[in-house]
Design a protein around this ligand. Structure first.
Ligand code: ADP
Length: 201
């Protein structure tokens, strides 16, 4: 099966692309959703997180204090590496487990931090959703109400746009309207079906 990794900066339109692909029947595996499952109450991964960072990151009801964890890993690169060493291998295993159960011409792994996490080898093709930074900021502001400085901080914590584009096999330019996005997704869908039929069958 052809495996496509879908990535892009914050607010670039990954979820919009994933929703469209899902709507036309393409299986989409969401790395962020797996990460949230792994850190949901009752998951043994929380014990590892408590061991590594202290029990204060888990509240009395067993929920991970995501805001505190985010604040820590934003300011402390060693803590970030430690958290990633707990989560990333488990996320990769779960994505592979889900892929193995699929029977489809191609599947999509939605991995927002594909380049940052060094997970490019998981896919046969890398699809980057691209947007100029000013428009990324405008859309994230509209979506979340975060202020510009916070959004800029997130953008700066991700790989630069140029690096993402260099690593791409396929690019969706999402600077147009939703209709233009849909047309590009439909076009790529046909392309991936063709590729799957000729090279990955
Ligand atoms: P990501 O998953 O990459 O963070 P989203 O798909 O959530 O990005 O898109 C970010 C925001 O921009 C959302 O509110 C979405 O509805 C909006 N959006 C996506 N594509 C377009 C577009 N082509 N034109 C206008 N708004 C868009």
């Amino acid at each position: 099966m052809l495996v496509v990794a879908l990535t892009g900066g914050v607010g670039s339109g990954k979820s919009s692309v994933a929703v469209r692909l899902g709507g036309i029947g393409v299986p989409v595996i969401d790395a962020d959703a797996i990460s949230r499952d792994l850190t949901a109450p009752g998951n043994p991964v929380l014990d590892l997180i408590a061991e590594a960072f202290g029990a204060r990151f888990i509240d009395a009801a067993g929920h991970l204090d995501r805001a505190a964890m985010r604040a820590l890993v934003f300011s402390d690169t060693a803590a970030r590496a430690r958290l990633e060493s707990i989560l990333h291998p488990r996320i990769v295993l779960e994505m592979q487990r889900r892929l193995a159960k699929l029977s489809a011409p191609y599947a999509v792994l939605e991995i927002p931090l594909l380049f940052e996490a060094g997970q490019t080898a998981l896919a046969d093709r890398i699809l980057v959703v691209d947007l100029p930074e000013s428009e990324q900021i405008r859309r994230v502001r509209h979506r979340s109400g975060l202020d510009v400085a916070e959004i800029q901080r997130i953008i700066d914590s991700q790989v630069p746009r140029s690096q993402r584009l260099e690593g791409a096999d396929d690019i969706i330019d999402n600077s147009g309207d939703p209709q233009a996005l849909e047309e590009q997704v439909n076009h790529l869908h046909r392309y991936y079906l063709e590729l799957a039929a000729t090279r990955y069958a």
